[in-house]
Design a protein around this ligand. Sequence first.
Ligand SMILES: [Zn+2]
Length: 164
Amino acid sequence: MYFPDLGTETMIASGLKVRAVGWLSSAYPFDEGPVDDVVLAKLETLVADGWIHAASAGPHLCELCSKVRSASNVLVPSADFLYVAPAMVVHYIRDHGYGPPGAFQRAVLRCPAPPSDAYFAALDPFLDVLSTTPEELAGAARSHRERLSERAKQAARPKGMFWD
Ligand SMILES: [Zn+2]
């Protein structure tokens, strides 16, 4: 599904406060350019640990190489806009040389780490875009933190024990 970079529409959110990033398609050219390792590392953390309000419409297959599949998306709140990208944006940068807009890269650098209070506070100005109330966001923050801590416990558990 193609949406132009910095447009106001994406598959999972749209509106004047939304900016699309990384909805690439093989049918359209895209900007290339180096991306700083720090930006990439922070973006990967946002993909892995960030909260998302909507289920994806289904897995997308990378149209550029047909090798990678991903179903999730990532939100990057900034002072002005909510950047909305497919999780595949990391693959586009790493494997296809995609250079996302500079404003997006700066937003990634400035975004508080999920699931901190500051991260959820940064999402707060975009509740209308996310079709969410303050109460729902607070509840979502709680269950998101529980999910991350459960995931961390699973990852720490020794593998191959008989009770697994
Ligand atoms: Zn690819």
